[in-house]
Design a protein around this ligand. Structure first.
Ligand SMILES: Nc1ncnc2c1ncn2[C@@H]1O[C@H](COP(=O)(O)OP(=O)(O)OP(=O)(O)O)[C@@H](O)[C@H]1O
Ligand SMILES: [Mg+2]
Length: 339
């Protein structure tokens, strides 16, 4: 059977910005597939190319074996897309918006009515269906977006940041809903920069960074690949780089320590990969003490998806987000200064 989604060597630039440099991924039918990456990594651009809303510069895209480039209409029928930022008409009611969506997909009238009712029920929106969508809370709006994306019974539901800005309760309602539609056979492709969301929800994940896929697999495969437990420690709140280097040379000789990464974005803190279930923590503390290096904070944990990202890029997802935000702010500032 053809995969639900096949993307091969996708490329897309906006002027000089290479939004997607080389993305290949394969989503199997019936799975929840997560695309994880920091701001500006190219997630939305990838999804927009898949959903035929943006024309790629190069690469192949197939939806259940149908080329989205040669046969965009048919590919689009197989996809439901819920955008990152949806401009919904505030004057229309939830039901009216779904009716509009049904008309856009040319759904037969009787089928549309039935389908709208069942979507409203599935997303527990019956009580709000005839209220103006402008009065909806963020969680309700998102549920309405999901209903709209699913209305024409797509094989694949594509969701761009489905839970961003939602409170914990609404977020877990969306998660439950996605599991439910997966159980009914719908394939789900979603982006997120919430590590825990992807970890909990996704059967498989591709980590995307600066327009490229840097790792792909099940969350546990990816975590296993980065090896043992992690120790994070600080020499002091902001250690000089020479001190961090000295700590690294002391620590990398310890038998339990597999790898030491200096995280310059976090005040030269040290991220260690150590053999699991070893007495690494006390060995590390003793070695630093013997070298006359104080420890400001130290913690040991099982690897997370952030460690996968760190191992591949040398920075954590959070640092990448902060860097992307500051580049954006700098650009904004420069623009303002030019005025
Ligand atoms: N229409 C556009 N015109 C110019 N540049 C764009 C356009 N869309 C995206 N970009 C740029 O392409 C890069 C990738 O953007 P994209 O929106 O795909 O990232 P993302 O991973 O979805 O980020 P986020 O997590 O912030 O949603 C960014 O540098 C962005 O500024
Ligand atoms: Mg995006």
């Amino acid at each position: 059977m053809a995969p639900a989604v096949l993307i091969e060597h996708l490329k897309k630039s906006y002027g000089t910005v290479e939004a997607v440099k080389d993305v290949s991924l394969q989503v199997e039918s019936g799975e929840i597939f997560g695309l994880l990456g920091p701001n500006g990594a190219g997630k939305t651009t990838t999804l927009r190319c898949l959903c035929t809303l943006t024309e790629p510069d190069a690469g192949a895209i197939e939806v259940s074996g149908v080329s989205a480039i040669d046969n965009p209409r048919l590919a689009r029928q197989k996809l439901g897309y819920v955008a990152q930022e949806v401009a919904i008409d505030k004057v229309l009611t939830g039901r009216e918006l779904l009716q509009l969506q049904a008309a856009l997909y040319h759904l037969p009238r009787a089928f549309a009515k039935e389908r709208i009712d069942s979507m409203l029920k599935l997303l527990a929106l019956q009580d709000y269906a005839d209220k103006k969508s402008g009065t909806y809370s963020g969680g309700l709006k998102k549920r309405l977006d999901l209903a709209a994306g699913l209305l024409h019974q797509p094989d694949v539901l594509v969701l761009d940041e489905p839970t961003v800005g939602l409170d914990i309760e609404s977020r877990s309602a969306v998660w439950d809903f996605l599991r439910q539609i997966k159980a009914q056979g719908t394939t789900v492709l979603l982006t997120s920069h919430y590590l825990e969301e992807i970890d909990i929800l996704a059967d498989r994940v591709a980590i995307i960074d600066r327009g490229k896929v840097i790792a792909c697999g099940t969350p546990s495969e990816l975590k296993d690949k980065v090896g043992g437990d992690r120790i994070t420690l600080r020499i002091r709140e902001f250690a000089p780089v020479e001190e961090a280097e000295k700590a690294r040379s002391v620590l990398q000789d310890l038998p339990a320590v597999q790898e030491v990464i200096i995280n310059s974005a976090q005040g030269n803190s040290l991220n260690l990969v150590v053999s699991p279930q070893s007495n690494a923590l006390s060995a590390v503390q003793q070695a630093l003490q013997a070298a006359g290096l104080p420890t400001f904070g130290i913690a040991q944990a099982r690897p997370s998806l952030d460690d996968v990202y760190l191992a591949a890029t040398g920075r954590t997802l959070l640092d990448a987000e902060i860097a992307a935000a500051s580049t954006r702010d700098e650009k904004k500032e420069r623009k303002q200064n030019m005025r």
